[in-house]
Design a protein around this ligand. Sequence first.
Ligand code: IMP
Ligand code: MG
Length: 186
Amino acid sequence: MMETIKLHDKEFITFLTSEQIADRVFELAKQINEEFQIENHLQRPIFLGVLDGSFRFLADLLYVVDIECGMSFLKLSSYDGIETTGQINQLIGIKENLEDRTIIVVEDIVDTGITIEYVVEELEKYNPKEIKVMTLLFKPDSYTKKIPIDYIGFEIPNDFVVGYGLDYDGLGRNLNDIYKLKENGN
Ligand code: IMP
Ligand code: MG
């Protein structure tokens, strides 16, 4: 059902329903189950969700993933540097030994790719066996980086979206559907 909602000053309209999301998450989980089944002699992967946006996607994904695996969350904390060069990001939350492990980074959305590139480069420092990237949403027209995105839920246009983990200025992460910004005239 198409629904209009308001968050802060902006209106959003239904873009992907919870049923569409659930179907796609189920398919991605099944794909992981097949690729990483024990007979393929692949190592138990570790899923690393990037907070805050990936919390729902990763939870729903792992509801269906039935291989042996680890999971944890990472967070990018931005803090103002001592110098006046502006914001510096820092990856926090890594407690596991990632050496020689297969990492599956789980994101809610990859837009320009600046975030995922930073996350992957930081994780490389832990000498994992390999790093795969999974994102629920991908904006191909906006992507400027070379990091391969191995698992994509939905390719979407450059519209701003909220819901199912994604926020607009702190609101909307709890919504079950994904909504897109309502432009004037549609
Ligand atoms: P990137 O670094 O440009 O790829 O963007 C990464 C981050 O920007 C995501 O993890 C989101 O937090 C945020 N972001 C990008 N596009 C959207 C959107 O359409 N809705 C909500 N957040 C977004
Ligand atoms: Mg995010």
